[in-house]
Every structure is written in C-alpha cells, then in structure tokens.
Design a protein. Structure first.
Length: 79
C-alpha cells in the first residue's frame, strides 16, 4: 500500500523507506545505428521508487532507490 514504510537493502544495510508513486512519465527511446545497418533502441522503464527515511546525499537531497528494467528493440537489415 503506498505510503506505508517498508524495509529495503541500501548499501548493505536494512533501512526504512516509503514507496513513492510516479504521477507522470516520459519514456523516450535511445537509438543507435550500427555500421552494419542495425538499429538498436533502448529505454529505461521505472518500476518502483522508494524514498529512504532520514537519508540525504552530499547536497542535502533526499535519497531515493529505484527499481527499473531496460527495454530493447533490434531492427536489422535483411541478409
């Protein structure tokens, strides 16, 4: 349930974190043209985000842990 604290592994230790839902996203493809004519497409898709309680980076920003997956597409020329 969103907002309920959970324990997650962060830097080898168990910490309390709060799930945070994304309210908007824009997942664009990165495209790479290979010398053999193949086009590789890749994008990162966010699955889950957690805000770690009482943890901040060197600039004072709250620390988030994200779970994501890579999606790929390959289009190669006919042989």
């Amino acid at each position: 349930m969103p907002g309920e604290k959970v324990n997650i592994n962060f830097g080898g230790r168990s910490v309390e974190a709060v799930p945070v839902e994304a309210t908007q996203s824009s997942e664009r493809w990165n495209e790479y043209l290979l010398e053999d004519g193949t086009v590789l497409k890749m994008k990162l898709v966010l699955k889950k985000t957690y805000k770690i309680e009482n943890e901040y980076d060197a600039e004072g920003n709250p620390v988030y842990v994200m779970q994501s997956t890579n999606v790929t597409s390959i289009s190669s020329p006919a042989i």
